[in-house]
Design a protein around this ligand. Structure first.
Ligand SMILES: Cc1cc2nc3c(=O)[nH]c(=O)nc-3n(C[C@H](O)[C@H](O)[C@H](O)COP(=O)(O)OP(=O)(O)OC[C@H]3O[C@@H](n4cnc5c(N)ncnc54)[C@H](O)[C@@H]3O)c2cc1C
Length: 392
């Protein structure tokens, strides 16, 4: 650490932090990105993203970090007799991708470095205080503790965020435990289709997923609420012998996903911006957080960079420009809260009514009113779902 004072310090080099560092550096600010792990992408992830995620990350799809292309998603109802098919082409979406997330993050890191950002891995931020107009970060790296100073601070340090603890209230912040296996020698129905399974028997208040990484390997995981996740994942795998009888687990990972929606404030007037998982910026019903984090990091990094270099920048510009995403997160949270009140037989019934487009609208929080209107004509769902979605 030759230099000790920076315009902007970004804590955490996940998708949010890497994007924030790049965009802050692009403004001409001197930027330091601190990552506690010794390598990027240590955290478990299903690694599925939409094509528009890469467009927002301003990166062209490349075999350097993409291992599989995704043309659709199957959502299986609890009885698994009914499945709702969501094909991206039919819905007018670009195709999706399965990332090698470590390599994807390295690509984002390369872009940040090319813009002039400094990155330090193996550097844990232990504490942060503000005095005499500067943030002072206590950083431990390779056994040594030092101090870094900066004008602006961007917290992209995930679920256990120190920056959030120091500067923000995370009332309503909620995580669910997830467990994921990397499995090889699977017999997948279609290696270009993601599969998700819902139901109280399969995954109480969550879902199980099979995200193919190749013809025969997949990320197979589960998120549940109020119960340990691993027994449910093992049960799910045992219940699908056609796919998994000859498959083997080559990696076991676990991590929580925030599903409580975005926290109330993501800007602290002293000069702190909070992004990504740290701020609850995850689509609650899907648990997808790469895209939402990338966009948040992109805006927050740019605002923080300009604020440090020019001064006199309204930091509220960040939540204002992120409003479309905040709304989608809120819509998806409302859908989640309503759907989790339904029993398995109601979920089976719902799968008969909803189309792929409806599911995308609900899960990703695009147009929940449209689904609300449709459900108003179904007596069993009119009050509990239809009107509630319309009043959201
Ligand atoms: C099992 C599972 C499956 C998922 N699958 C998908 C999926 O398929 N698609 C999708 O879009 N999303 C998925 N997600 C969600 C997605 O992984 C996250 O939403 C996304 O990574 C959030 O990015 P982030 O940059 O905010 O935080 P993170 O990726 O969590 O990065 C935070 C970084 O901060 C670092 N850090 C923390 N504290 C400190 C500190 N004190 N000092 C320095 N560094 C620190 C951490 O080491 C970490 O690298 C999944 C999550 C889980 C758990």
């Amino acid at each position: 650490m030759s230099q000790e004072t920076f315009d902007v310090a970004v804590v955490g080099a996940g998708p949010a932090g890497l994007m924030a560092a790049r965009k802050a550096a692009q403004t001409g600010a001197e930027v330091l990105l601190l990552e506690k792990e010794r390598s990027l992408g240590a955290k478990v992830c299903g690694e599925a993203v939409s094509g528009s995620t890469l467009a927002d990350a301003e990166i062209d799809p490349s075999p350097r970090f993409i291992c599989n292309r995704v043309k659709g998603i199957m959502v299986y109802a609890p009885n698994e007799e009914k499945k709702v098919e969501i094909y991206s082409e039919e819905l007018g979406f670009s195709e999706g991708f399965l990332l090698e997330k470590k390599l994807f993050l390295q690509e984002l890191a390369c872009q940040a470095v090319q813009q002039g950002a400094e990155i330090l891995v193996g550097a844990t931020v232990l504490d942060v205080e503000k005095n005499q107009g500067l943030f002072r970060l206590k950083v431990k790296r390779l056994g040594e503790t030092g101090e870094i100073k900066c004008k602006m601070l961007v917290g992209c340090d995930g679920v256990t965020s120190l920056v959030a603890k120091k500067f923000f209230s995370r009332e309503g912040y909620e995580v669910i435990p997830c467990v994921q296996y990397k499995m090889v020698n699977c017999r997948l129905d279609d290696p270009h289709v993601l599969e998700t399974y819902v139901g109280h028997e399969v995954a109480p208040l969550g879902y199980a997923w099979i995200f193919p990484k190749s013809e025969s390997s997949a990320n197979v995981g589960i998120g549940v609420r109020g119960a340990p996740a691993k027994p449910y994942l093992d049960k799910f795998i045992a219940a699908h012998p056609a796919k998994f009888e000859k498959a083997r687990v080559v990696e076991i990972q676990a991590a929580p996903v925030p599903v409580g929606g975005q926290i109330g404030r993501v800007v602290h007037g002293e000069g702190v911006l909070l992004c990504g998982d740290a701020a609850g910026q995850v689509i609650p019903l899907t648990g997808g957080g790469i895209h939402t984090s990338i966009v948040a990091g992109k805006i927050a990094g740019e605002v923080a960079g300009r604020a440090a270099v020019q001064g006199d920048v309204d930091l509220e510009e960040y939540p204002r420009r992120y409003a479309y995403w905040s709304r989608r997160i809120a819509n998806s949270l409302l859908s989640l809260k309503l759907i989790e009140k339904l029993g398995d037989s109601e979920l089976n019934q719902l799968a008969e009514i909803l189309t792929g487009e409806d599911i995308v609208n609900l899960a990703s929080g695009f147009n929940i009113e449209k689904v609300g209107k449709k459900l108003q004509s179904h007596p069993e769902f009119a009050a509990r779902l239809g009107e509630a979605l319309l009043s959201g």
